[in-house]
Design a protein around this ligand. Structure first.
Ligand SMILES: [Zn+2]
Ligand SMILES: [Zn+2]
Length: 369
């Protein structure tokens, strides 16, 4: 548990020092290397779902621009006398991406893969979220003095990386309980009637039922000691930002998602509504953790927002075991677990800071007695 970082004396980034360009160079250079590797080894490093929908010509254009920018920012960092280690690493990564084939890299014509890791999903999601949330957190920061590279960012990035890489495994484990429990139980005619409902109705149905089941799973995570050890990893964050929500133990991810998927598969929501729900959920999950002072007025009881979920992460006594809903705060009002005063929390985390800091230590911690 830590107080909010309001006492930092020196800003993290200042124009003209070369640090911004150095960080951008390393970030883009690393993503370019991973993207080129995805083109070279799609059977191992890419997900069939993304392969089916990504416009590869556009991806190559983006890759070309990112590679050029990585080189340019690296050179700019050198020119500004910024941290030479950053400039050198960024330029080396960009050069490596070019050496591996760059945006002209050849890719196999047809791809079949039984086992894969979601490197493409990691690159795409990290790039999109960083592009959306880093500027937002700059201009609408709840804690303006909180660093981008604040305490624990490496751990959160490691969680983000691994959960994206293991997407095949987690989806399989997430869907298995629904398939196992529901096969032969649900009436196909009922499912066909649900799938024929207007898309907006199916979307709202999915949101309400998934969050109801998710509420139950989340509350159990806080109540049952053996489950809490897994969920405590998520609550060990002492800083809230767009990356903090990624701090989730793999067991926590599988249990919570498996529960929220159960009603969706029982209902037989159609694929478009399911995709809309998944896109909405993935953005909302990032938004509610973000370092944003955005408030949504009276809608705050309708839809979970940063102020609602920040209180779930608060270390203040009155807020412990409150606000379990992820999408719909009125569920907490309904069940008497809501806590949303007219101010922001003063500190986040768990009393006593019991959870270790590094990713490997967090992975094994819940299994230790
Ligand atoms: Zn929780
Ligand atoms: Zn959270």
């Amino acid at each position: 548990m830590a107080s909010l970082p309001e006492a930092e004396e020196r800003p993290e980034f200042r124009f003209g020092e070369g640090r911004i360009s150095g960080v951008l160079s390393v970030f883009l250079g690393a993503l370019c290397v991973l993207a080129v590797l995805c083109f070279r080894y799609p059977e191992l490093l890419t997900t069939p779902e993304l392969r089916a929908v990504l416009p590869l010509d556009l991806v190559r254009v983006v890759l070309f621009c990112a590679n050029a920018l990585a080189l340019l920012f690296g050179a700019l960092c050198f020119a500004l006398g910024g941290q030479r280690r950053l400039a050198f690493t960024g330029i080396a990564l960009a050069a490596l991406a070019v050496g591996l084939g760059g945006s002209w890299v050849e890719t196999p014509e047809s791809v079949e893969s039984a086992r894969y890791v979601g490197v493409d999903w990691f690159v795409l999601d990290l790039l999109v979220l960083a592009l959306v949330f880093l500027p937002l957190e700059r201009f609408l920061a709840l804690h303006p003095r909180q660093y981008v590279f604040r305490r624990g960012w490496r751990t959160d990035l490691a969680h983000f990386f691994v959960s994206h890489l293991l997407v095949q495994l987690t989806v399989l484990l997430t869907l298995s309980p629904a398939k196992l429990l529901l096969s032969g139980v649900v009436d196909p005619d009922f499912q066909a009637r649900v799938a024929a409902l207007p898309l907006a109705v199916q979307f709202v149905l999915a949101l309400v039922l998934a969050d109801l089941f998710q509420y139950a799973a989340h509350r159990a995570m806080h109540t049952v000691p053996a489950l809490w050890r897994f969920h405590a990893i998520h609550h060990s964050s002492t800083c809230m930002d767009w990356l903090a929500g990624s701090r989730l133990h793999l067991v926590d991810i599988v249990i919570t998602r498996a529960m929220s998927f159960l009603p969706l598969f029982a209902l037989g929501v159609d694929d478009t509504a399911l995709t809309a729900y998944l896109v909405f959920v993935s953005f909302q999950a990032v938004w509610i953790h973000a370092n944003l002072r955005t408030r949504i007025g009276p809608l705050r009881w309708l839809l979970a927002s940063p102020e609602f979920h920040h209180w779930h992460h608060s270390a203040e006594k009155e807020a412990v075991d409150r606000n379990f809903a992820v999408h719909l705060p009125w569920l907490d009002r309904l069940f008497g677990t809501a806590y949303l005063p007219d101010r922001w929390p003063e500190r986040y985390g768990i009393e006593g800071d019991p959870v270790p800091e590094s990713w490997p230590a967090q992975l094994v911690w819940p299994f230790r007695g």
